[in-house]
Design a protein around this ligand. Sequence first.
Ligand code: NAD
Length: 259
Amino acid sequence: MDLGIRGKRALVCASSRGLGLGCARALAEAGVDLVMNARGAEALEAAAEAIRGDFGVDVVTVAADVTTDEGRARILQAAQGVDILVNNAGGPPPGMWTDWEREDFIRALDANMLTPIALIKALVPDMMARGWGRVVNITSQSVKSPIAVLGLSNTARAGLTGYVAGTSRQVAGKGVVMNNLLPGIHATDRAVSLDKGVSEAQGITMEEARARRCASIPAGRYGTPEEFGAACAFLCSQYAGFIIGQNLLLDGGAMNSTL
Ligand code: NAD
């Protein structure tokens, strides 16, 4: 399917691995030139080189921590004038509600709420001026259905969701389409570290931990970065113009609800 975005330019944050990489590859397959970012230069360059070879699009890389002022400044320098913004960063660490202090919340809010808000504020005005833009924020299923050990994530991502709900409706009239993608369990490094947490907490092997987590998903498996990327590319496509401020859950049916 031609998504109608060939020749557009996208910034995909935190995209050397996992879900961000899935989004970058799906956009590149649709003919979108990329600015890719991650903290480690080596993995980032390898991912970019594979994309150039596979899809023939232009890829600029910026090795930087997107959650810092300095990192964001360098990323924004390379990303001026992009048509598409995919917000992503590593998730907060698991823990226990009784242990989190103010500083833990500030770190989580900085990374998973204030960083995407800063990038939206920096890049969306130009999209509005040109009358076309797409923003996809990678959040989490924890926005709809809280995960006990991920209270920092539940909190920060709910804040971003409220911001997007209001802001998306203020920019839609200028052709900017802003939505959130909510991953359930996907087969990435993050999933492996969460499997490890379950394995250690319950005193079971990694295989048992994975089997238990798979059993909680009606689809019977973890999602893949490729299918996550395809959903992202669709929300960035010409066909998504009437989808405003939505929260699309990609969780294999794990959350049991009617709506
Ligand atoms: P991952 O650990 O597999 O990949 C993270 C990517 O982000 C890597 O490329 C890493 O280099 C980059 N990155 C991390 N922190 C960064 C930073 N501060 N600046 C720049 N780059 C950074 O993670 P993932 O599984 O792809 O998850 C992506 C997001 O989705 C995370 O916020 C995660 O919490 C959330 N999420 C993931 C799942 C899942 O099952 N995989 C489920 C729910 C939510």
